[in-house]
Design a protein around this ligand. Structure first.
Ligand code: IMP
Length: 425
């Protein structure tokens, strides 16, 4: 049975939820390895719409063990709410396994996220304000509080005292904000020990045993390659590693155990938050993509910036993730456009680039070099076989495959669970 990593190949919101959901049909374990409730996975099952932010989307399948790995940051209030919501809709959340080593998002992380963004003014990142960055800052400065600390009230209080002393100085002296009290935080968080205690375990060992038993495991990346703290468009990125390498450090499995790495990309491209975006459209075409594609964030409801598919960025995603295949989502949205464009290079500061530029200044000045491809102007949402797609749509897919050098194995043609064209490659 394979171990598969599934990652976003763009700036997040590629429709990974639907692809994981599809792969989860035959999965035994689905693992989140980075990020927290900044992610939004929307899955449509029949007439029901599930919007998950923290719990792996595999939870919707009864045979799946969903795992939140050590690389994630967990806001326990969101976790218990999401579990309760699933239970209300007759989905059993008690199969969930949570790494004892995952870090907790604390109330001061959320507050700091908000004030730090405000402080940045024009330079702000446009974070989801869920406390993600400050929680990872504490992890790496070794002032973090982990899930396992909830089960030792004495240690928890000690760590909270140290952290809060430091945070209150920063809040009051740097950001001119009010300090926070220790007691309500301690009471709230120590209360979570009871509500989540049964699900906390050594998830690295659990995954090792699942691999030894030949189970089918899927690692579900959140956000996307271009939001990666190391490989993304820094500083306009998230604070974790959504790229495939993050799956190993964020879960405690070794790289040699991974067999397949699937990238997910929309047939066009979107971004929320600020930062460079070479193919961004500011015209009616971009506005039409937002409308027809329903391009509003699952987590924050923000309008997404839209643009033509960027093959320079996609080839970069193939490289830094070692992708073995691509799943392309939302091809049906392009049915509404007469002629299509894909970026095959950039012009910036007098030079032409065919590889994704690493220098921020170059990236900011990029003007895309486009290839025009014919549209198909026909509804494709009921198509289930590649050969039944209009020849222009087949050409679009084959053109992308040729340019990025890996096969496109799945094509999304609508939001429903079954609205997918599977390719035999
Ligand atoms: P943070 O992850 O909340 O710190 O936000 C950092 C950047 O990542 C911002 O530009 C966010 O808009 C973006 N971001 C975070 N999570 C997602 C996601 O799930 N989809 C798309 N963008 C995201």
């Amino acid at each position: 049975m394979p171990t598969t990593v599934l990652i976003g190949a763009q700036w997040g919101d590629e429709g990974k939820g639907k692809v994981t959901d599809h792969l989860s049909e035959s999965a035994d374990v689905v693992v989140r390895y980075q990020g927290g409730n900044n992610a939004g996975h929307t899955i449509i099952v029949g007439t029901e719409r599930f919007a998950l932010t923290l719990i792996p989307s595999g939870v919707l399948y009864p045979q799946v063990t969903p795992v939140i790995g050590n690389g994630c940051v967990i806001d326990p209030s969101v976790l218990v709410t999401e579990m309760a919501e699933l239970a209300d809709r007759n989905i059993d959340p008690t199969r969930l396994k949570i790494s004892a080593n995952a870090h907790l998002i604390m109330p001061y992380h959320r507050k700091l996220d908000a004030v730090m963004e405000r402080f940045l003014g024009q330079q702000q990142i446009g974070t989801t304000k869920r406390g993600i960055g400050p929680a990872y800052m504490d992890k790496f400065s070794r002032h973090g509080i982990r899930v396992q600390d909830l089960f030792d009230p004495k240690i928890f209080r000690q760590k909270l005292e140290v952290a809060l002393k430091d945070k209150n100085k920063i809040l009051t002296k740097v950001y001119n904000s009010l300090p926070m009290d220790i007691e309500p935080i301690a009471d709230e968080y120590l209360g979570y020990a009871d509500s989540i205690g049964d699900y906390v375990t050594d998830t690295s060992l659990l995954l090792w045993e699942a691999q030894q038993a030949g189970k089918n495991i899927i690692f579900e990346g959140a956000q996307g390659t271009l939001l990666d703290i190391d490989h993304g468009t820094y500083p306009f990125v998230t604070s974790s590693n959504p790229t495939a390498g993050g799956a190993t450090t964020g879960s405690g499995v070794g790289p040699t155990t991974i067999d397949r790495i699937v990238g997910v990309a929309k047939a066009y491209i979107t971004r929320v938050g600020t930062g460079p975006f070479p193919t961004e459209l500011f015209d009616d075409i971009g506005a039409k993509m937002v409308d027809i594609g329903g391009e509003f964030g699952t987590v924050t409801g923000r309008r997404r910036r839209c643009g033509w598919l960027d093959l320079v960025a996609l080839r970069y995603a193939v490289r830094v993730n070692g992708l073995t295949e691509l799943a392309m989502t939302k091809l049906d949205i392009l049915s509404h456009f007469e002629n299509l464009r894909v970026a095959v290079g950039y012009d910036s500061l007098g030079d032409r680039y065919t590889e994704f530029p690493r220098q921020q200044r170059v990236l900011y000045n990029c003007r895309p070099v486009y290839e025009e491809l014919p549209g198909w102007n026909t509804d494709i949402s009921n198509v289930r076989k590649f050969s039944d797609l209009p020849k222009e749509a087949q050409h679009y897919i084959e053109y992308v495959e040729d340019t990025i050098g890996i096969p496109i194995s799945m094509i999304g043609v609508g939001p429903a669970r079954d609205a997918t064209v599977m390719r035999t490659t």
